[in-house]
Structures are given as C-alpha cells and as structure tokens.
Design a protein. Structure first.
Length: 304
C-alpha cells in the first residue's frame, strides 16, 4: 500500500505505524498485568497470563500488518511447516540486527508458543516496552564482569537465580524460550576481537539456555536452530523501515535434544558443562557452513 513511497517518507510512516502498535498493545498489556500484581493467586495468574499472551500475539500480528503495508521483501523460508503451537521449544538464532527480532516474530507467531527472549537488564527501562516485557515474563539478565564479582562476591550466581526463577514460571503453560547465543549482534570488529573460529558467527554463550533446560528439560519438545541470512547485506533498523530490505533467507532446523543433555547439571558438573559446550559447538559449526551455502546460493541466483 505504502511501499511505492520514497525511502525516508516510507520510513516515517512505518515508524508511526510501529509506534502506534507498540503504545496501544503495550499499554493494554501493562494494564492487564496490574491485575496480576493486585491479585497474586495461581488461578488468577493463569487466566491473566493467557490474556497477556493473546494480546502479545495480536501485537505481533499488528507488526506483520504494517510490515506488509510498507515492505516488498522477498522471503525464502524453510522448515516452519511442521511446528507445534502447543509444544515446548528452546529457540536460538544468529544475531546481526534488531531486524532479526521482527523476522523471528513474523515467521513463528502462532506457529509455536510466544517467544520469551532473554533480555539485558537495562532494557526494562525502555518506556512501555520494558514493563510489557516484564509483564510477559521475559527474563531480564544482568551480567557481571569478573572484576566486579571479585569486588562483590555476593553477586555471583544472581543471573543463574534469575534464570531459574523465571523459567519456573514457564512451567505453567507451553513456552518457547529464545536466546541469541552469541549474546550480542555480529560485527566484523567483534568477530576479530573474539578471534572467533567461525566465518559468520561469534562464539556462542550457552549458560542461560543451559539453565533453562535444567529447570524445564523434561518439558522441552526440541531445539529450534534458526539461521537468518540477509543476501544484500545486514540492514540497519532504519533501512528496514524505509523498505530497503529486498531479500531475507531463513532456515529453521528442529533438533531433538539428547536425553543426556536434558538430564545434566550445567551449574556444578564440569564434565557435563564441557559436553554441553561441545553439543552447542557442533550446532554452531553446521550453522556457519549453512550460512556460507545460503549466501553462495543467493549470490548465484542474483548473478543469473
């Protein structure tokens, strides 16, 4: 509808549509969450949580609507046809841009339970959104440096406690726990500083998702390994709003989680921790190879 407009004008319209959607549904979620605060009973919580998830899914539908009005992006997607809306999933993807979140939500909304992202603690300060994420039980993680922990040893393990406490809430209803294992967005500088062994990925950090698995391991259906490729280059968020994102390639691989991985103790068992890192590492190696193949295929099609 609007995608014929000049870039910056289109970007402004897309931003206004997105902001309106955020404020409207974010405020509704915040208001409904106040009921949960006022009446902290299990029965009330269960009903309110269902309402909150329903509103969040409509919120995402709203995002999909303004995206369809403002974007002409060509999507190539594999692996989402057999997902279960009532399953339990651990989900991870490579992370390159804020656009990744909109890509994941567009493709997975109502196909699996609502994605619950691990978020940096600072994001709770984001107006409207921060409280809405809190109301939806998104886990906020606060990471401490080794130097800080040496000065404040009482803070050691606090992030683990937070993960466990939030994941226990997830046991009430089917949930998709989402974590960007790289912990930050990929850039050439970060890749070089890390001396990452992968061509297109940063090193994975598996602690949060391992603790989620230790709390709810018996419930998880499978691990969704999602690979996102932007054939024409990684877009900024403004590029995305302005309709400059021509192509997106997404591959979703459903991996059965081995029983020994579900049953291990990541926190205290060093041997298991090493095995878990090896399991994630093997997935990451295959993902790196897949990205190379998808990029090569896209380049070949563009040159025809």
């Amino acid at each position: 509808m609007f995608n014929f407009l000049f870039g910056p004008m289109l970007g402004c319209i897309a931003f206004l549509l997105m902001a309106t959607n955020v404020v409207f549904w974010g405020l509704i979620i915040v208001l409904v969450a106040l009921i949960k605060l006022a009446l902290p009973f299990a029965g009330v919580r269960k009903i309110v949580d269902r309402l909150l998830i329903g509103f969040a899914e409509i919120w995402i539908d709203g995002n999909k609507a303004w995206m369809s009005l403002t974007q002409k992006t060509q999507w190539r997607v594999e692996g989402i046809d057999n997902l279960n809306r009532h399953g339990w999933y651990l989900v991870s993807a490579n992370h390159q841009s804020w656009v990744d979140i909109f890509v994941l939500q567009k493709l997975l909304n109502r196909k699996i339970p609502l994605l619950k992202f691990f978020l940096k603690a600072e994001l709770i300060k984001v107006p409207v959104m921060g409280f809405a994420w809190w109301a939806l039980d998104f886990p906020f993680m606060k990471r401490y440096s080794k130097t800080y922990l040496r000065k404040h040893p009482e803070k050691k393990g606090k992030d683990i406690e937070t993960t466990r406490r939030v994941c226990e809430k997830f046991s009430l209803t089917p949930t998709s726990v989402m974590s960007f294992l790289e912990g930050t967005r990929f850039t050439g500088e970060k890749h070089q500083n890390q001396r990452s062994p992968y061509a297109y990925l940063l090193k994975p950090k598996s602690g949060a998702i391992a603790f989620a698995m230790s709390v709810l391991g018996e419930k998880f259906h499978s691990f969704l390994n999602i690979t996102i490729v932007y054939p024409d280059g990684v877009p900024t968020f403004w590029d995305f709003l302005c309709g400059r994102l021509d192509k997106i390639v997404v591959n979703v691989e459903e991996i059965e989680i081995p029983e020994d991985i579900l049953a291990g103790d990541y926190e205290t068992d060093k041997r298991f921790r090493s095995e878990f890192h090896q399991w994630i590492g093997s997935i990451w190696e295959e993902k790196d190879q897949l990205i190379a193949r998808l990029r090569s295929e896209s380049e070949a099609k563009s040159s025809v």
